[in-house]
Ligand binder design. Structure first.
Ligand code: FES
Length: 104
């Protein structure tokens, strides 16, 4: 595992998804209030960017804009069809105000 610096909380907008390309990884970063979630930016149904979808703040999920599958931001699990497999999820830690993502 290694740690990638993705910036500070204020770099991200509450309720929005943003794609980040870092160190060979394509990630989607979502901020909800003071929590930050990071998943692979690739729907598990087909190869499509989750960063293009809408964030459901109330349920802490993101919707794939292509066919509407919902994924739980806290662990990448699919919450609705047509997706049946999870999207990889990465832990985020705040270290001295910097957000660090643990990736393989
Ligand atoms: S590509 Fe995401 S639900 Fe089909």
């Amino acid at each position: 595992m290694k740690s990638l610096d993705i910036g500070v909380l204020e770099d991200f907008v509450h309720g929005e998804a943003r794609q980040l390309r870092l160190d060979g990884h394509v990630l989607v970063v979502v901020r909800i209030e003071s929590d930050v979630y990071v998943l692979d930016d690739r729907c598990s149904h087909e190869d499509f960017s989750l960063a293009l979808g809408e964030v459901e703040v109330a349920t802490c999920e993101i919707e794939c804009a292509r066919h509407g599958a919902m994924f739980r931001l806290s662990d990448g699990e699919p919450m609705s069809f047509p997706a049946t497999r999870p999207v990889a999820h990465y832990d985020v830690h705040s270290i001295g105000g910097r957000l660090e993502v643990m990736v393989p």
